[in-house]
Design a binder for this molecule. Structure first.
Ligand code: GLU
Length: 254
């Protein structure tokens, strides 16, 4: 097991991601990484070993500017623990960038298909196959990120919690889940402050920022914007979710 964190808001994303990942360290990991979008470029940094290494490498996140980002601690299942195999992973043109917890069981079959379509691979991970499959459908159908992720979810067998950024959508993060944990948090803007949205493998990662959480179901997707989360089913239709308030027991643990 390992961890995922995501943030869309008005603050600098990287320090929030590092803080969230530190709260997920108990889940175990061998490497860590972050991708932060500054509106022009998606900056990616990865490091093997402790989260502290990634923190130092990015000067506590200050070297990765931007208000939208995803972070990951990896427990290697496909490919050795290395910087190359660490997440985030991205499409060849860096238009799609993703972190993933879980295992893609049919990754070899999907990889063979993508190789036939002209894709190449720089890592040994199942995750790189999944992000390139999403990229493939995104370009093939020229639809929305939800359409592309939907198509990929239908083809992928295995377990996943995904957080995906698309270069074409600088103010958004997309999430999908099957048999791996993930929660989504929200703050609504007030007192002149803008809202934010968060995602994480577990509640402690975002408790510093919000108590208001959605539980994303199996085979569901979400689109995160500042202070706004929309959920979708496998048909791409919007679905309603109840916002819940995190129970007191979590605060005692903090
Ligand atoms: N299967 C992926 C990998 O080996 C993700 C592992 C994880 O859940 O951290 O890179």
């Amino acid at each position: 097991m390992c961890g995922i964190v995501g943030y869309v808001g008005s603050e600098q994303a990287a320090p929030i991601l590092l803080h969230g990942l530190s709260k997920l360290e108990y889940r175990g990991y061998d490497s860590a990484g972050m991708a932060v979008y500054d509106g022009e470029k998606i900056h990616v940094k990865k490091a093997t070993g402790r989260l502290k290494v990634l923190s130092e490498l990015t000067h506590d996140g200050t070297m990765l500017p931007g208000h939208v980002g995803i972070g990951h601690t990896r427990w290697a299942t496909h490919g050795a623990p290395s910087e190359k195999n660490a997440h985030p992973h991205c499409s060849d043109d860096k238009m799609v960038v993703m972190v993933h917890n879980g295992i893609i069981e049919n990754y070899q079959e999907l990889k063979d298909k993508l190789l036939r379509k002209g894709y190449s691979f720089y890592s040994e991970t199942d995750t790189e196959v999944a992000v390139k499959l999403i990229d493939y459908y995104y370009k093939k159908y020229e639809g929305t990120p939800v359409d592309a992720i939907n198509h990929a979810m239908v083809r992928i067998r295995g377990s996943y919690a995904l957080a995906v950024m698309f270069k074409d959508y600088p103010e958004e993060i997309y999430a999908a889940r099957k048999d791996s944990p993930m929660i989504i948090g929200i703050t609504h803007g007030e007192d002149g402050k803008e809202g934010a949205a968060y995602l994480a493998s577990d509640v402690p990662a975002i408790l510093n920022y919000t108590r208001h959480v959605y539980y994303i179901g199996n085979m569901e997707m979400a689109r995160l914007r500042k202070g706004e989360v929309t959920f979708f089913n496998l048909d791409g239709d919007e679905i309603e979710k109840e916002l819940t308030e995190v129970m007191e027991k979590y605060f005692k643990k903090q």
